[in-house]
Design a protein around this ligand. Structure first.
Ligand code: HMN
Length: 292
């Protein structure tokens, strides 16, 4: 039995006019549960395009994903926002109105907040809520790099149970793993998962698992069985896949790959690219190469 957990970062389906396409989002949830047999879904993160959605849309996404998936896999609602009041409102809604047991919040971004301000943000989101939270650490996009000691200070709040660690700093990962053996660390750079497994992460959360979960489950199985050569071979194929997807435009292409798999996943919200005939042809090639 695999001990590590694999979560897909759920995509949000949109219509051409920018409105939410609930049927498409629900279909992607179903694919993850019925076909991928995924351990969980990370809802409303970067892959979900949440930072381009308004508060009501983000709430609606939490509602339909929970309605479709509750009781069938783990669910994590990403509530973080540059607007602390919005983050608090989303957290309260996810936990008290909908029933999510776990939330996550990206570090506050854009302004260069100091550590005390970052700690204030997390404690404020959690105040009065009966829930548990994963810190969403993504220095490449937020500009916020926390040290192992700072993670430790955030963990002084007992509701903070771990980190979604989207970062290629493997020394930091090793330091955090050693210092906090009881905290959860879910890795977020799908391309580097094997190296993170060696360092003892508890699993992974990522965009590319939406289609590629089976190959990654096999990689984790091989790793856990001590077959590093096989695990590396699978990571190589996974990375060929990820590079091809990135070259074809990451998020729109994952949606196009869903289309190839028979799932009407809608498209991305503006200013992300709408699918062009070239992108569609590229996605068809990628699907044939890696999934047929
Ligand atoms: C999320 O917040 O939706 C994702 O979990 C983020 C996740 O870490 C992805 N990061 C970004 O998209 C910025 C990765 O899965 C990433 O897409 C993948 O490694 C390809 O580079």
């Amino acid at each position: 039995m695999i001990m590590k957990k694999l979560y897909s970062a759920l995509m949000t389906a949109f219509n051409e006019d920018g409105s939410m396409n609930d049927a498409g989002t629900r279909a992607m949830v179903r694919y993850n549960i019925d076909v991928n047999h995924i351990d969980g879904l990370y809802i409303g993160g970067s892959t979900g395009e949440a930072f381009m959605m308004n508060t009501e849309e983000r709430k609606h996404l939490f509602k339909i994903a929970f309605d479709e998936a509750a009781g069938q896999c783990d669910l994590i609602a990403q509530v973080g926002s540059i607007n602390l009041n919005e983050a608090k409102e989303l957290a309260d809604y996810a936990v008290n109105t909908i029933g999510y047991k776990t939330i996550s919040a990206v570090t506050p971004f854009y302004y260069p907040f100091n550590f005390d301000q970052i700690k204030y943000y997390y404690d404020a989101i959690l105040e009065g809520l009966d829930t548990q939270l994963l810190i969403y650490s993504l220095p490449a996009l937020t500009g916020v790099s926390l040290t192992a000691e700072q993670f430790g200070k955030l963990f002084e709040n007992p509701k903070i149970i771990g980190i979604k660690f989207t970062n290629a700093d493997f020394l930091l990962l090793e330091r955090v793993r050693k210092a906090f053996p009881d905290k959860l660390i879910y890795f977020g750079s799908d391309e580097m998962l094997l190296s993170a497994l060696v360092l003892g992460v508890d699993g992974a959360i990522g965009s590319t698992f939406n289609l590629n979960a089976k190959r990654v489950f096999d990689e984790i199985k091989a790793f856990e069985a001590g077959d590093n050569a096989k695990a590396l071979e699978l990571q190589h194929t996974t990375n060929d896949y990820i590079m091809d997807v990135i070259d074809n435009d990451l998020y729109p292409t994952i949606k196009l790959l869903f289309h190839e798999a028979g799932v009407d996943a809608g498209q991305c919200s503006k200013p992300m690219n709408a699918p062009t005939p070239e992108m569609k042809a590229g996605a068809a090639k990628i699907y044939a190469k890696y999934f047929k």
